[in-house]
Design a protein around this ligand. Structure first.
Ligand code: ZN
Length: 198
């Protein structure tokens, strides 16, 4: 028996498709939205549509940004010869929060996963190799310590090593299977400082 109207069901169904939103949270959010003032709902949907329309990839590091170049790539005070490779924009944000990393980034937008059918061609790897034609001293591989993250790290190190550029991997201070965005800043810094050459 359907206890809610079709519109509520539809809203709950759409919300429950979002990552990390279970059936219960979707219900709670749906009722919250319905009880919000009309203009608040309009503001929320407008913000979502504007973000979708205006956010693009940085042409250098492929993070999500509003401009051609993200603020980090546009910053000449950063060390453009050190590139930290991360899986997602949110991992980059985690390292930025430490305030101690001076280099730039490269966002792959995922990791190699044969299980999910994600191969190197689905990630921003070609784009990374192109960047290495410029003056680069070190590539720090900071993919997650999950199976996919390790597979990606291995793949990248094999690809980069022949160029003669130094390739390092962040230390295993990051717990196995750990998602970078949930790790505290001290642990992240320790992982960065303790990186080893591949
Ligand atoms: Zn950038």
């Amino acid at each position: 028996m359907d206890i809610y109207s079709g519109h509520i069901n539809k809203l709950i169904e759409q919300l429950s498709r979002l990552p990390g939103v279970g059936a219960k949270s979707a219900q709670r959010l749906a009722f919250h939205i319905i009880n919000m003032p009309q203009e608040e709902v309009e503001k929320l949907t407008r913000t979502m549509l504007d973000a979708k329309a205006n956010i693009r990839y940085c042409k250098e590091c492929f993070t999500l940004t509003d401009k051609d170049l993200c603020p980090i790539c546009a910053n000449q005070a950063r060390d453009h010869k050190t590139i930290m490779v991360v899986e997602h924009t949110r991992d980059m944000a985690a390292y930025e929060k430490t305030g101690k990393y001076e280099g730039v980034y490269h966002v792959l937008h995922g990791a190699i996963s044969p299980m999910l059918g994600i191969g190197p061609g689905d990630l921003k790897i070609k784009e990374l190799i192109l960047r290495l034609e410029k003056d680069v001293d070190e590539v720090i591989i900071a993919t997650n310590s999950s199976l996919e993250g390790e597979t990606t790290a291995m793949y990248l190190s094999r690809l980069i090593k022949p160029t003669g550029i130094k390739v390092t991997r962040i230390a295993s201070g990051v717990p196995v299977g750990g998602d970078l965005e949930y790790i505290d800043e001290v642990t992240l810094l320790r992982a960065l400082e303790g990186r080893t050459q591949l």
